[in-house]
Design a protein around this ligand. Structure first.
Ligand code: MN
Length: 409
C-alpha cells in the first residue's frame, strides 16, 4: 500500500483548508526549539520554514512573525496581517503547484510535542449560559431566585489566574483547600473531594486596545484573533465555601486547560447564528439587535474516560463573545495581546447538554476520581457542508500531592 499523502484528508476531517488553526510545537530532534505550526488533517505545517520555502507566497514582511516561538507577535500584528498570513498558508496547502515544496514541511501530528500556543496576558471567565446559571443558582442558593438580579443586564465575569492556564494534555493535580459544608461546625483542610470540569469556549485577543477606549460590539473582529476550547477545572467544595462575597478564587485558580490549537475567528463565519431572544432589553452598549449575528453554532462534546457525558450547544449562550468583550472594556479597561476570556460553562436546556458534573449530578456527585480523563472536542458547520474544528482539550486528574500543611490525602 503506498504511503498516504499528507495532503489527503480523511472524509469529514474538521481540520481541512477552511479551518487551519495555529499552534506551537517542538520535535524530538530539537526539543528546546518552539516553532509555529498550522494543523492540517493529522499533520502540522512548519510555519517558520514557510517564508524561505515559498517566498513568492508569504510576504517577506511577515517572516519574523512566523519564526517566533509563540503566537503573540502574530496576534499583535492585527487583522489585516492575520488575513494575509491565513491566505498564504491556505495557498501553500491547497495549490498543487506547491506540493513538492510544502510536503517536507508537514510533520505527522503524532511526532510533535504541542505547547501552550500563546503567552496568556489576563484571563477572564464569564458566566453566560442562562441554563448553567439557573441550574447552579438552584443548587448553591436554593432559597433565592435562581438568577441574580443583574444577570440579564450584564455578562457576569471574574478575573482568573493567567499563570495557571495550561495546554491540553497537561495533568491536573487534585488541589488542596478549605471546605465547610453548611452542617459542619468548622472548616477542614485537605484535598478537594468535589473536583469538577466546566466545558467552555475561549476567545484569544490579538489586537490590544488603549486605556479609556472601550471596544464596542462592532470592533470585536478587529481585536479577537481566534477561538479555543477551555476546561475551567473547578473544586466545588473549595468554591462553595470561599466565593461569598467576591466570587471564585482558589476553587478555580489551580488549573485552566486550553486547546493547543487556536482556530481563527473568521473560520466560523458560516456558523454565526442569532443568540436566543433576550427578554430584558440590554443597555445600548450591549444591544446587538442591529449587529451581525453574535452567536456561534459550536457543537461541543464532553467525554469522561472515553464515554460521552454530554453535548453542550454553544448556540444556546445568552451573552455573546462580542458582548462579553464590550462589557469587559466598557469601564475603560484596556486589552493586551494574549488576553484570554472564556464563555462560562456551556449548558443547553436538555439533560444531556450540561457542561459540568455539578449540573449533570444535580449537586450530588460523583465528581472526578483520581485517574479520570476528561476530553472536550467541538466542531462547527462551515461552508459547503464542511466541518470547522476546535482543538481538543484533554486532561487527566492526578492524586493530590503531599501537602506541607500535613492534611491527610
Ligand atoms: Mn467557568
Amino acid at each position: 500500500m503506498p504511503e498516504q499523502s499528507p495532503f489527503d484528508l480523511t472524509e469529514g476531517d474538521p481540520f481541512g483548508p477552511h479551518t487551519l488553526p495555529y499552534g506551537v510545537f517542538s520535535t524530538t530532534e530539537a526539543p528546546g526549539l518552539r516553532r509555529l505550526g498550522v494543523r492540517y488533517g493529522r499533520h502540522v505545517l512548519d510555519l517558520g520554514a514557510l517564508p524561505d520555502a515559498l517566498p513568492d507566497v508569504v510576504p517577506a514582511a511577515h517572516a519574523a512573525l512566523l519564526t517566533a516561538g509563540t503566537l503573540n507577535p502574530l496576534l499583535a500584528a492585527g487583522r489585516p496581517v492575520w488575513q494575509e498570513v491565513h491566505a498564504a498558508v491556505r495557498t501553500a496547502l491547497t495549490d498543487p503547484a506547491h506540493r513538492t515544496t510544502v510536503a517536507p514541511l508537514l510533520r505527522p501530528l503524532d511526532d510533535v510535542t504541542l505547547h501552550l500556543p500563546f503567552d496568556v496576558a489576563d484571563y477572564v471567565d464569564f458566566y453566560s449560559s442562562e441554563h448553567h446559571a439557573t441550574n447552579v443558582g438552584r443548587i448553591f442558593r436554593p432559597d433565592d431566585a435562581a438568577l441574580p438580579p443583574n444577570w440579564k443586564h450584564l455578562p457576569i465575569g471574574y478575573h482568573g489566574r493567567a499563570g495557571t492556564v495550561v495546554v491540553s494534555g497537561t495533568p491536573v493535580v487534585r488541589p488542596h483547600g478549605q471546605r465547610k459544608a453548611p452542617a459542619d461546625a468548622a472548616p477542614v483542610f485537605g484535598p478537594s473531594t468535589r473536583l469538577d470540569i466546566e466545558a467552555e469556549v475561549g476567545f484569544v485577543v490579538g489586537t490590544p486596545s488603549t486605556l479609556h477606549a472601550p471596544v464596542g460590539l462592532d470592533a470585536f473582529r478587529e481585536h479577537v484573533f481566534g477561538v479555543c476550547l477551555v476546561n475551567d477545572w473547578s473544586a466545588r467544595d473549595i468554591q462553595a465555601w470561599e466565593y461569598v462575597p467576591l466570587g471564585p478564587f482558589l476553587g478555580k485558580s489551580f488549573a485552566t486547560s486550553v486547546s493547543a490549537w487556536i482556530t481563527p475567528l473568521d473560520a466560523f463565519d458560516a456558523a454565526r447564528t442569532a443568540p436566543p431572544a433576550r427578554d430584558v432589553p440590554p443597555l445600548p452598549y450591549l444591544d446587538d439587535t442591529a449587529a451581525e449575528p453574535g452567536g456561534l453554532d459550536l457543537r461541543i462534546e464532553v467525554r469522561l474516560n472515553g464515554e460521552v457525558l454530554s453535548r453542550p450547544p454553544f448556540a444556546a449562550m445568552y451573552w455573546t463573545a462580542a458582548q462579553q468583550l464590550a462589557h469587559l472594556t466598557v469601564n475603560g479597561a484596556s486589552l493586551r495581546t494574549g488576553d484570554l476570556y472564556a464563555s462560562g460553562t456551556v449548558s443547553g436546556p436538555e439533560p444531556d447538554q450540561l457542561g459540568c458534573l455539578l449540573e449533570l449530578t444535580r449537586g450530588k456527585g460523583p465528581y472526578l476520581q483520581d485517574g479520570d480523563e476528561v476530553t472536550l472536542t467541538a466542531w462547527a458547520p462551515g461552508p459547503d457542508g464542511v466541518r470547522i474544528g476546535l482543538g481538543e482539550v484533554t486532561g487527566r486528574v492526578l492524586p493530590a500531592l503531599e501537602h506541607p500543611a500535613g492534611a491527610p490525602a
